[in-house]
Design a protein around this ligand. Sequence first.
Ligand code: NI
Length: 256
Amino acid sequence: MFIDSHCHINFPDLAANIEPLLANMAENKVTHALCVAVNLPELPSVLALAEAHANIFASVGVHPDYEDTPEPSVEQLVELAKHPRVVAIGETGLDYYRLQGDLEWQRERFRVHIRAAKQVGLPLIIHTRSSAADTIRILKEEGADEVGGVLHCFTETWEVAQAAMELGFYISISGIVTFKKAVELQAVARLVPLDRLLIETDSPYLAPVPYRGKQNQPAWVRHVGESIADLRGISVNQIADATTANFFKLFARAQK
Ligand code: NI
């Protein structure tokens, strides 16, 4: 069985087809999915899915790419994270690729999430793009190793993966690993210790081969798992078992 550790199935195009989407998960032995929040106004749709479906979990957070959106406080995140279906804080982090200029507000928002995660004892879901050095620096400065978490949709170097793992973080590989040109990510996918590895779709984005370019869905995390198994020359079951065990270890509040 597989688990999609990161998806956005509350986005309208996916939420509108939730029943077939869940059926496809079952058909592909994808037992659970973590629906990750990107801002506060849309949080109710994330929580509603997790309340309605025992195999969907939720997170609370404000994504660094959302500039004109209500800014969360530590207290607010702590309060929202009390919801019993919430298993993580995020996604949060830094993105110097999509947004430019003075991004001090992003770094401050990131710090707020880490402080909230430490208060509630939940792991962090980290987005980092063209900002790895600052991401690792802030994780260290804020003592994020106390709660750990995951670098989601990993596209950084092996050195960055090592720095994150030293802080107790997991590395989550998306469908990008199935793209022919993603040679560096494929190298990382071979090297990450099995007990540090997670898999995800980041649906509706980044559909893996053979669905590249289509609207992604959690069922297709299977292809991510198969691709990593191929790269490592081990069985798909080994990848499935390891990533499933890692999911429940990291997101300890998630009940099977
Ligand atoms: Ni995401």
